[in-house]
Design a protein around this ligand. Structure first.
Ligand code: SF4
Length: 97
């Protein structure tokens, strides 16, 4: 059996995105002044991206690992102002090959 790469494994997961209540919110102002921006490198789902000076964030593909919350507080500028698990029935469903 051939080993699957991380991208292929992530593509197996399913997401029920809560369009009304984001489970993670960021403060763009704090991100603007952040020198390290660890979110850009640490998120396994690549939910964070640079958009000029700003940080663009999309929680739709979030794996709910919590890494950005810790990294932002410890290494960044505290731009992640809310981090909760999605409401019941929403969020990621992990599937395995
Ligand atoms: Fe990315 Fe994990 Fe943060 Fe979700 S919880 S945005 S997957 S680092």
């Amino acid at each position: 059996m051939e080993k699957m790469g991380i991208e292929a494994l992530l593509a197996l997961d399913r997401f029920n995105v809560d369009e009304k209540v984001p489970h993670i919110e960021i403060d763009d102002t704090a991100c603007l002044n952040c020198k390290t921006k660890p979110c850009l490198f640490i998120c396994p789902a690549k939910c964070y991206a640079e958009d000029g000076e700003k940080i663009r964030f999309d929680y739709a593909g979030c794996l709910e690992c919590g890494t950005c919350r810790l990294a932002c507080r410890q290494l960044g500028n505290g731009g992640v102002v809310q981090w909760e698990y999605p409401r019941a029935t929403f969020g990621v469903s992990f599937r395995y090959a």
